[in-house]
Design a protein around this ligand. Structure first.
Ligand code: TXD
Length: 310
């Protein structure tokens, strides 16, 4: 198993380190445009092997030839929003980066599974899929695992129970358009509505929706990376070990939930072939409306990216 992580920033480097520690790959390549950073971070990780007790061969590079024959590629490359830059500007810039990165990946790997992390997530997943020419089962966006993890951690904190017993269902787009589904959120099978008053649940839902901004406000520069990296690794692990985990991921829908051809977060089964099943769960009309609204936002943005896919 060979895994490449594109982007040696906060999320990319943390993801690579967790993957190495878990020995999920024989070979792990960390690639970035900036010279020296991926090489330095990869060597540092490799040197932790004797202490962390792993044998994964971690290398850093600026050359896509080193990513040749990757089984899985994680794309975290992107630019953060700078002062004076609109969301639209950021969208265009990151779309250009993700398109170029995907093009280069595909020159050296025939049939990888691509996990997209770069923002705006759902749209960047569409861009990577379109550029790669891969079947839709092999291009998957990470957001739902993170959003669910945030909701789960807030519920565990609220009730003083183990995180392990809390499962949450957060669908839809990443960001404002996410759809936390309270009905399918439980503690050891007990619906949270039986454990937490409705007004308090609404507050936890709101905290989940703004979870990314909460971290940004603390950090001032940069955004969350520990929980995002852990979420990527959970997805990669399910693929590498063919665990068939059921996780919320951004995938291209094919009529499920009345949505066609748009990437949006829904529960899927992840195994060695990527997305092995999309689950169409019964939603209340209000949640379904939100999910469809979420898909319309993603779709509108994808249409805005008019540059040709070559
Ligand atoms: O839930 C989610 N999907 C997210 C998404 C959770 C957290 C972060 N999310 C997004 O991931 C975030 O908004 C960014 O778009 C990406 C990466 O976040 P990170 O925090 O790692 O950003 P950094 O630290 O700025 O790292 C980005 C790296 C940096 O080292 C750049 O030099 C590199 O990307 N970069 C490139 N690498 C390769 N090729 C190109 N063209 C390139 N451009 C920039």
């Amino acid at each position: 198993m060979k895994i490449t992580v594109i982007g040696a920033g906060n999320v990319g480097a943390t993801t690579a380190f967790r993957l190495a520690e878990k020995q999920l790959a024989r070979e792990l390549v960390l690639l970035d445009v900036v010279e020296g950073i991926p090489q330095g971070k990869a060597l540092d990780m490799y040197e932790s092997g004797p202490v962390g007790l792993f044998d994964t061969k971690v290398t850093g590079s600026n050359d896509y030839a080193d990513t040749a024959n990757s089984d899985i590629v994680v794309i975290t490359a992107g630019l953060p929003r700078k002062p004076g830059m609109s969301r639209e500007d950021l969208l265009m810039m990151n779309a250009g980066i993700v398109r170029e990165v995907t093009r280069r990946i595909m020159e050296h790997s025939k049939n990888p599974i691509i996990v997209v992390v770069s923002n705006p997530l759902d749209i960047m997943t569409f861009v990577a899929w379109k550029q790669s020419g891969l079947p839709k089962e092999r291009v998957i966006g990470m957001a739902g695992v993170l959003d669910s993890a945030r909701f789960r951690s807030f519920i565990a904190m609220e009730l003083g129970v183990s995180m392990q017993d809390v499962t949450a269902c957060v669908l839809g787009g990443h960001g404002d358009a996410m759809v936390p589904v309270v009905k399918y959120t439980t503690v050891a099978g007990i619906p949270i509505a039986d454990l937490i008053p409705a007004d308090r649940i609404a507050e936890l839902v709101e905290r989940t929706r703004t979870g990314g901004a909460e971290i940004v406000n603390y950090l001032k520069q940069g955004s969350a990376f520990y929980a995002p990296a852990a979420s990527v690794v959970e997805m990669v692990e399910s693929i590498v070990l063919d665990r068939k985990r059921v996780l919320t991921c951004a995938v291209s829908l094919d009529g499920e939930y009345g949505i066609d051809g748009t990437f949006v977060g829904v529960p899927v089964k992840l195994g060695k072939n990527g997305v092995e099943q999309v689950y169409e769960i019964k939603l209340d009309q209000s949640d379904l409306d939100l999910l469809q609204k979420s898909a319309v936002i993603v779709d509108d943005n994808c249409k805005m990216l008019e540059a040709p896919f070559t």
